[in-house]
Design a protein around this ligand. Sequence first.
Ligand SMILES: C[S@@+](CC[C@H](N)C(=O)[O-])C[C@H]1O[C@@H](n2cnc3c(N)ncnc32)[C@H](O)[C@@H]1O
Length: 263
Amino acid sequence: MSTVNDPSPTMHDPRTQALGDYAYREALENYVRESPGTFTEKMENFTKYVPRQNLARFLARYEIFKRIMDVQGSIVECGVLFGGGLMSFANLSTILEPYNFQRRIIGFDTFSGFPEVAAEDTKGAPERKSAHLKAGGFSAPAAYEDILRAISVFDMNRLLSHFPKVDVVKGDFAETSVRYLEEHPHLVISCLYLDFDIYTPTKLAIECFFSRIPKGGIVVFDELNEEAFPGESIAVMESLKLNELSVRRFPFEPRISYAIIGV
Ligand SMILES: C[S@@+](CC[C@H](N)C(=O)[O-])C[C@H]1O[C@@H](n2cnc3c(N)ncnc32)[C@H](O)[C@@H]1O
């Protein structure tokens, strides 16, 4: 569809992105590569390089984190992919509450993409659905080892690093959720971040984790009301009473919405 090279095939979706997005991505890729400085110097000046959309997502996570700072429990991210969201929360916890060794940031992902796609995921006009909606969509096989390495480097630069901060759980959530709860029966969740994008694991995540969120905790929806991924909305509406939740959003970020439990 495009004559512009796509430098990021895992993320790009010709059904929902404009040609200009590809051109920008290619220009950015070239700029980051050719810009002077070491990798670390570039990251220390990250605002020169990071797309505004990703800065906005970081800011949204900061806003969410501030709302659960005084709520007991770990943060569970359902769907990790390359780990940018997971490590945002890990950094926020480390910066803002360095002594909270109890708060774990726990991420679940196959790292081989969607195991399957249910009928609910493709309901509605086909031309408006994400091109990623197929078995193996969002596969990122090298990401798991890479995130483990990112965590070990991150642990070199934080207080109380003998307490683990980040847990990455690899495999189909249908199996890993059960095993994780057997091994961690104490788990309380201050923030349940739903970002599997699809129906079946989203429904299961609400089933096994929602009752572990205390009053004041947050459930975050990455794709609620998103036409390209209807499965998440269907799972949420089947499992939760939407009109009993105050679902809020941020004016600067188009996808993320959240509800504070008991409010
Ligand atoms: C949109 S990505 C997550 C993005 C990530 N939260 C971020 O902010 O960068 C959705 C992820 O959910 C994962 N996923 C979907 N179904 C799953 C399942 N049944 N078990 C484990 N992971 C699953 C996919 O592998 C994919 O990496």
